[in-house]
Design a protein around this ligand. Structure first.
Ligand code: GDP
Length: 408
């Protein structure tokens, strides 16, 4: 089996496994058998393949769902914590866990009803009280009840607001101390913005936050506050909420998140931008060049010019890039300039001071740093656009199909 086929077989086997709703013994064995077959056909030593199988099974054994209790906390109002608790439980239920929900938010009127309603809909056991006002007591009773019922993921929904901030944090500390959760999750609204750092830090000082979930990523907010929350709590973002429904919940994926943060949107957004920015008569030629994997400095220059025509643009470096690439990239001399770019490799600091860069900088009356910034920008865009290589250029009206392709 040639390497490409081997890669394909392994990817297919893993894909099949990740499509399964529940990864049980059979699904895992099917996947391992498929990989084993592919490896043996590729002449991988039998002993190595057998060891790999044994090791994977051992790892799986050691990572079997242990009983866990987790605590979700947020601050201050309507961040989506209760909704997130159910989404989190529902997500794990689909993966074969046996989750349960405890409503320890005794401050917000209606919190228990909301949790009860959602939990009932998802057929997830829940615990709470209309009369008991002590959140610690409810949390402890709920966790004990579900431990006895052999639930392996117990989620405690705690208050997200209070009369006073200090009281809220003290309550969290007490709930945490009494239930000793394996994981405390900070739930934050993506639109919280700059306030995220202080809030997350205040949380971290009271309880030991271990993960962050960002809600309402379906809205307009870019979610930049999540970075602050991550920095303040030193914990990763694990999921994002993308809507009000139970299944609008995704494992956090850094790439689309960063694209959104940088204002790049998704690929369909990109295609929309092409329509918006590039004059109609230039669109077919541009798409043709891009589909040939031909993103040159001249294209970058022309597109920045198009953007400029549209009005004020954001970052100043675009301007630098614009007049720079004009100087670097005289029409008709693309090949020569491309060769120059190939010689520049900013990932190698030795070449950063290369006389070639100095020459370009001198020749255009610019600083070396500016040349490097422009090259970085070019490389970044070239990498993005390289994904278009080999794509069929859409005929009129097929543009939306192309957007779908790029999203896939
Ligand atoms: P809590 O007070 O923090 O427990 O917040 P809730 O769970 O009650 O949510 C407040 C509101 O936000 C409700 O209307 C939810 O339906 C909504 N919500 C929660 N998560 C999301 C989300 O990811 N996207 C959207 N659009 N709405 C959400």
């Amino acid at each position: 089996m040639v390497l490409a086929q081997l890669g394909g077989s392994i990817s297919r086997a893993i894909q099949q496994m990740s499509n399964a709703t529940i990864i049980d013994e059979k699904v895992l064995n099917d996947c391992l058998n498929e990989i084993t077959r592919a490896l043996l056909q590729s002449d991988v030593q039998f002993k190595l393949v057998r060891d790999m199988q044994t090791n994977i099974k051992k790892i799986r054994q050691s990572r079997r769902p242990r009983r866990r209790s987790q605590q979700a906390q947020n601050y201050p109002a309507g961040s989506g914590k209760t909704t997130t608790c159910t989404k989190y439980a529902y997500y794990h239920q689909k993966k074969g866990w046996k989750p349960a929900l405890v409503c320890a938010d005794t401050f917000r009127a209606g919190a228990f009803d909301q949790l009860k309603q959602n939990a009932t809909k998802a057929k997830i056991p829940f615990y709470g009280s209309y009369t008991e006002s002590d959140p610690v007591r409810i949390a402890v009773e709920g966790v004990e009840t579900f431990k006895k019922e052999n639930c392996d993921l117990i989620i405690v929904d705690t208050s997200g607001r209070h009369k006073q901030e200090a009281a809220l944090f003290e309550e969290m500390r007490q709930v945490s101390e009494a239930t000793k959760p394996d994981l405390v999750i900070f739930v934050m609204d993506s639109s919280i913005g700059q306030a995220a750092f202080d809030q997350a830090q205040a949380f971290k000082q009271s309880v030991s936050v271990g993960a962050v979930i960002v809600t309402k990523m379906d809205g307009h907010a870019k979610g930049g506050g999540a970075l602050s929350a991550v920095a303040a709590t030193k914990s990763p973002v694990i999921f994002i909420g993308t809507g009000e429904h139970m299944d609008e919940f995704e494992v956090f994926d850094v790439k689309p998140f960063v694209s959104r943060l940088l204002g790049m949107g998704d690929w369909s957004g990109f295609m929309d931008k092409i329509h918006e920015v590039v004059p109609m008569d230039q669109q077919p030629e541009l798409l043709q060049k891009l589909s040939e994997g031909n993103f040159t400095l001249r294209i970058m220059y022309e597109q920045f010019q198009n953007i400029l025509k549209m009005g004020p643009i954001g970052p100043g470096y675009y301007l630098t890039t614009l007049d720079f690439s004009a100087e670097l990239m005289p029409k008709g001399r693309e090949k020569e300039s491309q060769a120059k770019i190939k010689q520049l490799d900013s990932s190698n600091p030795k070449l950063m001071n290369d006389s070639r860069i100095m020459r370009i900088a001198r020749g255009s009356g610019r600083q070396v740093r500016e040349v490097m910034e422009m090259m970085e920008e070019y490389k970044r865009l070239a990498k993005i656009w390289s994904k278009m290589k080999g794509l069929k250029i859409p005929k009129k009206g097929e543009m939306s199909a192309l957007s779908r392709n790029m999203n896939a």
